[in-house]
Design a binder for this molecule. Structure first.
Ligand SMILES: [Zn+2]
Length: 174
């Protein structure tokens, strides 16, 4: 299969109007933030994107990104590779109101001053979010697969919750 390089940034409105679609690679070595979180450079990311406008007139960029990451198993402390796949559906929004009206199926994204979005960066963000919180071999392929890993309780989506202290701070400053 012929592969092309995925553009670093694109104009989503124009791409959607011409119903562009891309199938290609984002070079793994360029994803610096992702590589910093891994034990080695990630492999090239296979990306497919379809741009269009839905029946409600919403511009979207829908696609999938797949890569292989090298991580350290938190049970046996050796390296292993794991595949990470993300499905995304972005929609460019210009204002808070637009974001509020956007159906849940879409992730709002902001365009820069020339109306473009940074595609590589967005894909990298998605991959970072999709990384396993506690990387581990599958039990059967881990040298310490019979041992339990003791980890602290992980609080789900902490940043989504309002901070009760913020309210107090506000009262105090009055
Ligand atoms: Zn292991």
């Amino acid at each position: 299969m012929q592969t092309v390089k995925i553009p670093v940034s694109i104009d989503p409105i124009r791409a959607a109007a011409s119903k562009l679609s891309y199938e290609g690679l984002v070079p793994g070595v360029q994803l610096k933030r992702l590589n910093e979180l891994c034990a080695g450079d990630c492999s090239d990311v296979a990306v497919s994107i379809e741009c269009g406008v839905d029946i409600q007139g919403i511009v979207y960029l829908k696609g999938k990104a797949v890569t292989e990451l090298t991580l350290i198993c938190q049970r046996c402390m050796t390296l292993f590779t794991t595949e990470v796949t993300v499905d995304f559906c972005f929609s460019p929004c210009g204002s808070e109101a637009e974001i509020d009206e956007l159906p849940d199926a879409y992730d709002p994204i902001e365009c820069n001053e020339i109306g473009e979005i940074r595609l590589h960066q967005l894909i990298e963000d998605e991959l970072i979010v999709a990384m396993p919180l506690i990387p581990m071999h599958a039990e059967e392929s881990c040298s310490k697969g019979d041992q339990d890993v003791v980890v602290g309780e992980i609080e789900p989506a902490q940043e989504e919750r309002p901070n009760p202290f913020a309210v107090l701070e506000k009262l105090k400053s009055k």
